[in-house]
Design a protein around this ligand. Structure first.
Ligand SMILES: Nc1ncnc2c1ncn2[C@@H]1O[C@H](COP(=O)(O)OP(=O)(O)OP(=O)(O)O)[C@@H](O)[C@H]1O
Length: 257
């Protein structure tokens, strides 16, 4: 479980995060949702320690991360897997070398154990036998799968995904969303996904935190999202045509009852 408490962050006097608190649960896909420029990526960076909050704290399974000793922060960082927006694979390395990279950096596994782990992770994301391919030879969806395999290779406890669907077609997006959810549940990972994709929200949103202008305006699950009475959140949800249609169907059903 990851807990954040009263996170504030400004750049050059401009407030980007304004007192955000919340809990991200273990074994769940926790979504950070909001429009462009609302502070989702900055909050994610504050949680993983790439940025330091001006005020506030982050706790990983009860251990303080912010302002704690370097060795404790490094210990927590070793448990974090990251899936970056553009997959961020090393272009000059094969798929296998990409996935092996964090194992070399973060573990003292033998070469044969690393090979077994790479093969296990490749098989888990449905890419067995892709070991020797170069990133330039595989599709965007396959790159995301390799990115997921690389993130989970060192047995991560926490997984952070920055817009995992960017650049993917709707069908591939759905497959990637479900793969992340399955892996989260299977290995009991605390997963946080930054997104503005309402399809992801409805498909895999175990827990959703909606940000607007640096504030948390709503949190809940995909089951109670349509009940929100927060004006800014409603505007965000119903800017999506499919969500408007779903609401109309629900209203008509309620009228009949
Ligand atoms: N290092 C930085 N220095 C100055 N301003 C920054 C920095 N990082 C982010 N910002 C600003 O903080 C605000 C929030 O940015 P952030 O990237 O968190 O938005 P976001 O919600 O992730 O948006 P998007 O969905 O478009 O990626 C933006 O106005 C951005 O310009």
């Amino acid at each position: 479980m990851i807990e954040i408490h009263n996170i504030h962050k400004s750049f050059n006097g401009k407030k980007v995060l304004d007192g955000i608190s919340g809990v991200f649960e273990t074994g769940k896909t926790n979504l950070l949702l909001g429009g462009s420029g609302t502070g989702k990526s900055v909050l994610l960076k504050c949680i993983v320690g790439l940025l330091k909050p001006d005020i506030g704290s982050v706790t990983f399974d009860g251990t303080f991360f912010t302002n704690n000793k370097l060795d404790i922060r490094q210990e927590i960082r070793r448990k974090i897997g990251m899936l970056f927006q553009g997959s961020a694979l090393f272009d000059s390395m094969t798929v296998e070398e990409n996935i092996e990279f964090p194992l070399k950096m973060l573990t003292d596994m033998s070469k044969s154990d690393r090979k077994d782990r790479v093969n296990f992770c490749l098989q888990r994301v449905g890419l067995e036998n892709a070991n020797s391919k170069m990133p330039s030879e595989i599709s965007g969806g396959m790159k995301k799968r390799v990115g997921i395999a690389r993130a989970i290779a060192p047995n991560c406890t926490y997984l952070f995904c920055d817009e995992p669907n960017s650049g993917l077609d709707p069908q591939t997006s759905l497959l990637i969303d479900h793969l992340i959810k399955e892996i989260t549940e299977e290995y009991d990972i605390t997963t946080i996904i930054v997104t503005h994709d309402m399809n992801s929200v409805m498909e895999i949103g175990d827990k959703i935190m909606f940000l607007h202008k640096g504030k948390k305006l709503w949190e809940g699950t995909s089951d109670n999202i349509l009940d929100t009475d927060v004006k800014e959140f409603k505007e965000f949800i119903y800017s999506n045509r499919l969500m408007r249609d779903a609401k109309t169907v629900e209203d008509e059903r309620d009228d009949r009852v």
